[in-house]
Design a protein around this ligand. Structure first.
Ligand code: GLA
Length: 402
């Protein structure tokens, strides 16, 4: 073989290697490319806690695919804690054979067959919050197993983590998930203790920033071990103030899954809960029994005008722009330059709440159309400000369109 030929072969091999590397680089998933808008779906915990089974998850997927929720944007069906019981002799995680007799792969296939995505739960400690096996020391093995099963979303809890460093622990699982090559949305459930909004971008796609939500308007209850806390809806809302700047496409603040429809709040209170989660660009993860809900609850969860605010492509989180005792104004800038605005009355009597254009970044002389997102109609055209009567424990949610 003469030199020219040899050089030719070496060159071709080199070129092949470069192309291969480039292909691999472009195939590699970037964490932030997932969940470009806040994830929408359903999770078993708030309603069913440990009472999970393949029958439950299948029937929930069937309901979401047939009751209008899928068309409204709900996508991920997530089993929370208690699906897992042990590890096998090779260290692989084992699902409860009584509750999931067909196995997790078959369940994921069923969820996928309904045009939905499938999510699962684990924990960064040796045990989950309900005492089931966690992923510590098994991160790559668990990620591999999830990918084999067809998992699209992982919620990763923080119980029994001792002195582990949160950023390190979540980075390990994030890398393990990416290494599978399967796009798996990563939900950090660290409860805000180590301020995940400061380091979560690039590691997770969403991060809890408070203790658990409870199905109450307002409450703050310590856990049995004395640690803090389980909160009512408005107590979680108050803890969102100041966090908006940390959210954006691919990385969202998570004020916890929704309680809409679980029975502990009134319809106006649930409407307020849903409006705020939408305005906060929060993940819209329903937590009720979606197989049998009242028309009022379904109407809340599938309000397309409110969901559009949540899913707006700009990915800005809304913020509180005014507080006057029990009366507040919250606003979110949308991609077309309009504003979604919540007029909020947390008091016990009906009250008039008003928003001045200057409070939402518009000049006072501007004339804008106001559309009511719950009444589904135009409220009219206004210059400088807009006011509405808001009942007790309720919101008026509008879009202000210059
Ligand atoms: C923690 C989480 C909850 C839920 C339970 C499951 O409390 O914050 O959302 O996942 O664990 O045990």
């Amino acid at each position: 073989m003469n030199c020219t030929v040899k050089r030719g072969i070496t060159g071709a091999l080199f070129l092949f290697a470069v192309v291969l590397l480039q292909c691999q680089a472009s195939a590699q998933i970037q964490r932030d490319s997932l969940a470009q808008t806040p994830p929408m779906g359903w999770n078993s915990w708030n309603k069913f806690a440990c009472n999970v089974s393949e029958d439950l998850i299948k029937s929930v997927a069937d309901a979401i695919a047939s009751n209008g929720m899928r068309e409204a944007g709900y996508q991920y069906v997530v089993i929370d804690d208690c699906w897992q019981v042990s590890r096998d002799e090779n260290g692989f995680i084992v699902a409860d054979p009584q509750r999931f007799p067909s196995g997790i792969k078959a369940l994921a296939d069923h969820v996928h067959s309904k045009g939905l995505k499938f999510g699962i739960y684990s924990d960064a400690g040796a045990r989950t919050c309900a005492g089931r096996p966690g992923s510590q020391g098994h991160e790559y093995q668990d990620a591999l197993q999830y990918a084999r099963w067809g998992v699209d979303y992982l919620k990763y809890d923080w119980c029994n983590t001792g002195t582990r460093n949160a950023e390190e622990a979540y980075s390990t699982m994030s890398r393990a998930l990416l290494a599978t090559g399967r796009p798996i949305v990563f939900s950090l459930c660290e409860w805000g203790t180590a301020k995940p909004w400061l380091w979560g971008k690039g590691i997770g796609n969403l991060w809890r920033n408070t203790g658990d939500i409870s199905d109450k308007w307002s409450s703050k209850k310590k856990w049995p071990d004395g640690s803090c806390c389980e909160y009512g809806m408005v107590d979680i809302l108050d803890q969102q103030v100041g966090l908006a700047a940390f959210a954006g496409p691919g990385h969202w603040n998570d004020p916890d899954m929704m309680e809409v429809g679980n029975g502990g709040m009134t319809i106006p209170e649930y409407r307020a809960h849903f409006s705020f989660w939408a305005l906060l660009a929060a993940p819209l993860i329903a937590g009720n029994n979606v197989r049998s809900m009242s028309p009022e609850i379904k109407e809340i969860l599938t309000n397309l005008e409110v969901i559009a605010v949540n899913q707006d492509k700009l990915g800005r989180e809304g913020e509180r722009v005014k507080k006057n005792g029990d009366l507040e104004v919250w606003a979110k800038t949308l991609a077309d330059g309009s504003r979604a605005v919540i007029l909020f009355n947390r008091g016990s009597e009906e009250a008039e709440v008003s928003v001045a254009w200057e409070e939402i970044g518009y000049p006072a002389h501007l004339t804008a159309k106001v559309r009511d997102l719950w009444a589904h109609k135009e409220a009219g055209t206004f210059t400088g400000s807009y006011s509405a009567k808001v009942p007790s424990h309720a919101v008026v949610m509008v879009k202000i369109i210059p």
